[in-house]
Design a protein around this ligand. Structure first.
Ligand SMILES: Cc1cc2nc3c(=O)[nH]c(=O)nc-3n(C[C@H](O)[C@H](O)[C@H](O)COP(=O)(O)OP(=O)(O)OC[C@H]3O[C@@H](n4cnc5c(N)ncnc54)[C@H](O)[C@@H]3O)c2cc1C
Ligand code: FES
Length: 299
């Protein structure tokens, strides 16, 4: 399945499972910003990777780990940061942790955002907590000499994340909110064409956020002659490639669609390789023309 993937696979020896110690838990708008000390994890982490956290403590009935993008990693301090939106039992448990508490962590997982060899214009687009890895990515792109524009959007001002940090690292930042409570009223896709042009036209668009947003920025990038790289957030149970919960249809170099595991073959995919037509109402179906599909043309 390597022909559908991109970025650098996490090496066999580079994934750490360990006990993380919570260094801090800060409320930021609608989110909790957690810093975790995890021996040996940060040095292998790159923007786009994620961690899978056990929730509920050692006797928890919640067997499945919860996955979170790495916001940033500090190898000198052995820490990784994540941004948590409390939406259910697991994330609420994490949001309630205090400094000194312990969490079982596996990471870094997945494939990172591909960083170009040459300096090209880049636009980084984040929706809600999807903005979490973007300032870290912006720093690494700037270090390569890329012009970096950042577009951050959310439903409302309290759900924006990372605006100040983006202003510190990027060449330009545009903010949108659905309700107009901060920045331009509207969606990130409304302002994206102009941001791509400010970055020099063409180039790369990197996206992290809800699936609908990723689909629309892929369309805008194509219309503007840019290449979209998106970090998808398909539901995951194990995060390490064992359970097949996270499969989704992606087109390979040979033009054929395969169901691939977004936790190990992703979560970063080229936007134009994702079969967006298969997603609806929060579900993903197997396209009839996918390799191995039971429908017409699958075999
Ligand atoms: C790659 C990735 C990156 C993410 N990054 C972030 C981030 O940076 N910040 C953030 O806030 N959120 C992030 N999320 C979303 C986050 O993982 C979910 O919001 C979180 O799992 C919700 O857990 P919960 O217990 O609070 O919610 P609940 O709704 O109680 O539980 C949802 C979880 O239960 C599990 N589950 C339940 N039923 C099933 C089933 N039938 N099959 C398989 N699994 C099941 C899954 O692990 C699922 O994630 C990310 C998700 C992915 C995949
Ligand atoms: S989440 Fe288990 S295989 Fe991807």
């Amino acid at each position: 399945m390597s022909d559908v993937a991109q970025g650098t696979a996490v090496g066999d020896a580079a994934v750490v499972q360990g006990t993380g110690r919570l260094v801090s838990n800060e409320r930021v708008g609608a989110y909790h910003h957690l810093t975790l000390e995890v021996p040996g994890l940060a040095e292998h982490a790159r923007p786009g990777h994620f961690v899978a956290l056990a929730v509920g403590g050692p006797t928890s009935a919640n067997l499945l780990r919860r996955c979170f993008s790495i916001h940033r990693a500090d190898p000198a301090a052995d820490t990784v940061d994540v941004v948590i939106s409390p939406v259910g039992a697991g994330t609420e448990w994490l949001a309630g942790l205090r400094a000194g508490d312990q969490v079982d962590v596996i990471g870094p997982l997945g494939r990172e955002f591909p960083v170009p060899e040459e300096p090209v214009g880049c636009v980084l687009v984040g929706g809600g907590y999807g903005s979490a890895p973007l300032a870290w990515l912006a720093r690494s792109l700037r270090a390569r000499g890329c012009h970096v524009e950042v577009v951050l959007g959310a439903a409302t001002a309290s759900k924006l994340f990372g605006v100040q940090e983006a202003r510190e690292v990027a060449d330009g930042v545009t903010v949108t909110t659905d309700d107009g409570s901060e920045g331009t009223r509207g969606w990130v896709s409304d302002v994206l064409p102009e941001a791509i042009r400010r970055a020099g036209g063409g180039g790369n668009v990197y996206g992290c956020g809800p699936m609908g947003m990723l689909r629309s920025i892929t369309d805008v990038a194509a219309a503007e002659g840019a290449t979209a790289h998106v970090a998808v957030e398909e539901s995951m149970a194990c995060g390490v490639g064992v359970c097949m919960t996270c499969v989704m249809p992606v087109v390979g170099d040979d033009g054929r669609t395969r169901m691939v595991r977004s936790c190990v073959e992703g979560p970063v995919f080229r936007g134009d390789r994702v079969r967006w037509d298969a997603f609806s109402d929060g579900l993903c179906r197997v396209p009839d023309d996918a390799v191995g599909a039971p429908g017409t043309g699958g075999h």
